[in-house]
Design a protein around this ligand. Structure first.
Ligand SMILES: Cc1ncc(C[n+]2csc(CCOP(=O)(O)OP(=O)(O)O)c2C)c(N)n1
Length: 285
């Protein structure tokens, strides 16, 4: 497979210079290396600018409700384990409106990859603070600056025992593609939080701001990705130095292993005959 096999014909509606373009490129690069037929790949999102990404790749796509990307992604994987299921959506969608699903699906540990485009702002709705907006950042709504401590998705994921926790940067799409591929290859819930400048509504976390701070943990010879406590400590670094790379990785029993569904035929392959749909509907009348 090559990139042209993934070419969608939908017109891209992002602002010029948006970090979403780097994430789109990285997802395509990772999928080319993953080398599966587009019919075996499912991209799922909620609502937002980030959540438009599945429209821009030619494969299966489910673009659902705000905050609700994870439930259909998990359901699709459970009934059809042959699919490579990737959620690609915003931090408002995943950690705000969808926060409950984020927590409980890390616990559930179904084998999906979750890529969160973290621009630290609500982009689609034009610039309100999101769960990760830096303290003190002024928006049209938070006119005196944000007074709520930001949500740290990586710390939360590690605390909940997520087996693959990574952070990427949209302007380094080769590195990000490697993280995405590693997330796809990891068995279980994989989180890749992607730092993404929003050129229209976030005037603090810009390309320039990030380029002065970002460094790769992969290049630190003594960094141990399996050490939960040092990983937790790494996630706390923010204002002066910002680590990217695989922050934490460990093997964990998946939902599929525990529930025994891997022993059975996938539900999607079961042939169901003679269903009388009218009887089912009677229960709802
Ligand atoms: C239930 C519900 N609440 C609020 C909204 C309005 N809304 C749509 S997208 C969005 C936030 C988008 O932010 P994010 O997920 O970070 O994505 P971005 O647009 O920044 O890429 C909000 C609040 C909605 N569509 N539905």
């Amino acid at each position: 497979m090559n990139v042209s096999d993934l070419q969608s014909h939908d017109e891209i509606a992002w602002c010029p210079g948006c970090g979403d373009f780097g994430i789109l490129n990285a997802v395509k690069k990772a999928l080319v290396k993953h080398n599966r037929d587009p019919k075996d790949i499912l991209l799922v999102s909620g609502i937002g600018q980030a959540a438009k990404l599945p429209h821009y790749i030619r494969c299966n796509c489910f673009n659902g409700l705000h905050g609700r990307a994870l439930p259909p992604a998990v359901a699709a994987k459970i009934v059809n384990r042959n699919l490579t299921v990737i959620v690609t959506t915003g931090e408002g969608d995943c950690y705000g409106e969808g926060g409950n699903h984020f927590l409980h699906n890390i616990r559930r540990n179904v084998d999906i990859t979750v890529i969160v485009h973290d621009n630290h702002i609500y982009g689609l709705t034009k610039g309100q603070a999101s769960p990760t907006t830096d303290l003190g950042y002024q928006t049209k709504i938070q006119t005196s600056g944000v007074i709520v401590e930001p949500f740290n998705p990586l710390e939360v994921a590690i605390a909940l025992g997520c087996g693959f926790v990574a952070r990427g940067y949209s302007a380094d799409s080769d590195h990000l593609a490697e993280l995405i591929l590693a997330g796809i290859n990891h068995r279980g819930f994989s989180l890749i939080n992607v730092l993404q400048p929003c050129v229209s509504f976030n005037h603090k976390n810009t390309y320039e701001w990030y380029s002065k701070r970002i460094y790769k943990v992969d290049q630190e010879a003594d960094y141990d990705v399996s050490n939960k406590f040092s990983a937790y400590h790494k996630c706390g670094e923010w204002d002066d130095r910002i680590p990217i790379g695989i922050i934490y990785k460990t093997e964990r029993t998946t939902y599929e292993d525990r529930s025994g569904i891997n022993e059975k035929q996938p539900l999607v392959d079961e042939i169901i005959n003679n269903i009388n749909i009218e009887n089912i509907l009677d229960d709802f009348i």
